[in-house]
Write a protein that binds this ligand. Structure first.
Ligand code: PMP
Ligand code: GLN
Length: 395
């Protein structure tokens, strides 16, 4: 066997890939991996198509095309009142995933501690470990996902180099409160650490709430790298266009990591994303409103089946406890549900390293209404013992 780095030796494919493949194999409705089942806005895709034909299709600046960097800076001002210099403080990356890797490569040295909040997105801990860093976990528990101040304080130490904050939070559907954000910001400042803020769901917040980035808190502007993604904001997950906002001194090492990681990102997609980000506020509100209605639709359906559904205040996910409905661990329930009910979800234990919850599943509701309804119908038949019509017909 090839000699591999211990972080990756024996590591399975991500839960998202695993469940999507299983869903495909069994013809399941895929409410697992987070992506919409309709493509992003046609006018944005048209800008990309035209830019692809008009060109240029050669390497743009490694920082990204000017239009997109300007659009990101404008959005920082428009939504959060942040004054951002597009020339020195914005970097375009190949998705938020690259952005996260660049930020961690930029700051983490062996032995450095990085504070992570559970439930946590799949790449955080492995990337920290691959760099010789040491994850320090702060647990948030379903269904309320409250931040415990003592747990936060206990996770910080003189060796803390950085914290990764995912807000709005996948899979919890949690928006951190301003009090929680202030506590985190104060701890970061007190320990002279860096905040890497994964805010890919910044515009998908419901019920009139508004996102408030950690970067906007006192003394955080210079020590925060704020990450966004067109995949989530514009519903174009396959494009893998992300962006980082950071003060020049912090951006400098991030840029150095980026130049040896991907160097740059497809220019036609960048130009189209700039057009998408420049849409008026009503467009953003309409998107969030439509997703909130889908959240409610799926939540009502799952609650009607007897699942205990947690409130989702943002993101494209809700979580539901199936402990009263099905036997076994969440991973087992998800596998059986995919194969037998032909509805795929993600086990929330995949987002924990310490004592995962046992029977909580994550569902992506960014799907057509008819698809959500059909998923609930299939689950109803499955839970009530009747054969699923399609499966029976397929023999
Ligand atoms: N962070 C979180 C919390 C996510 O849910 C995702 C998936 N969109 C990413 C990062 C990765 O984003 P991208 O597809 O832009 O790399
Ligand atoms: N962010 C997506 C999710 O949480 C997955 C993206 C991926 O598969 N890498 O479902």
């Amino acid at each position: 066997m090839a000699r591999s780095h211990p972080t990756f030796t024996g590591m399975p494919a991500t839960i998202f890939e695993t469940m999507s493949q299983l869903a495909l194999e069994h013809g399941a409705i895929n409410l697992g991996q987070g992506f919409p089942d309709v493509d992003g806005a046609e006018d944005v895709r048209r800008v990309a198509a035209e830019a692809l034909i008009a060109g240029p299709n050669q390497y743009p600046s490694m920082r990204g095309v000017a239009e997109l960097r300007q659009a990101v800076a404008e959005n920082n001002a428009r939504f959060y009142g942040l004054d951002v210099d597009w020339r020195s403080e914005v970097l375009v990356t190949s998705g938020a995933t690259e952005a996260l890797a660049d930020c961690l490569l930029a700051v983490v040295e062996p032995g450095d501690e990085v504070v992570l909040f559970e439930p946590l997105y799949d790449c955080y801990a492995p990337m920290v470990r691959r760099l010789g860093g040491v994850p320090r976990f702060v647990r948030l528990e379903p269904p309320l996902w409250r931040l415990d101040r003592a747990a936060l304080d206990a996770a910080f130490s003189p060796r803390t180099k950085a914290v990764i904050l995912n807000d709005p939070m996948n899979p919890a559907g949690k928006l951190f409160t301003d009090d929680e954000r202030a506590l985190i910001a104060a701890a970061v400042v007190a320990h002279d650490a860096i905040a890497i803020c994964d805010e890919v769901y910044e515009h998908i917040v419901f019920d009139g709430a508004r996102h408030r980035p950690l970067m906007a808190f006192p003394n955080m502007r210079e020590r925060t790298a704020r990450i966004g993604s067109a995949g989530k904001t514009l519903g174009l997950t396959g494009w893998k266009v992300g962006y980082i906002t950071a003060a020049p001194d912090l951006m400098d090492p991030i840029l150095k990591a980026h130049q040896f990681n991907t160097f740059t990102t497809a220019p036609a997609l960048q130009i189209a994303v700039a057009a998408g980000l420049r849409k008026d506020e009503a467009t953003y509100r309409t998107l969030a409103g439509a997703l909130a209605a889908k959240r409610d639709r799926l939540a009502a359906g799952l609650a009607g089946l007897g699942a205990t559904v947690a409130h989702s205040a943002g993101t494209i996910f809700l979580t539901a406890d199936f402990g009263r409905l099905a036997q076994g661990s969440d991973a087992e329930i998800c596998r059986r549900m995919t194969m037998e009910a032909r509805v795929a979800a993600i086990p929330v234990s995949a987002f924990y390293e310490t004592a995962p919850p046992r029977s909580v599943l994550r569902f992506c509701f960014s799907k057509r209404d008819a698809v959500l309804d059909e998923a609930v119908l299939r689950l109803d038949r499955w839970l009530n013992g009747a054969a699923v019509a399609g499966r029976a017909a397929a023999g």
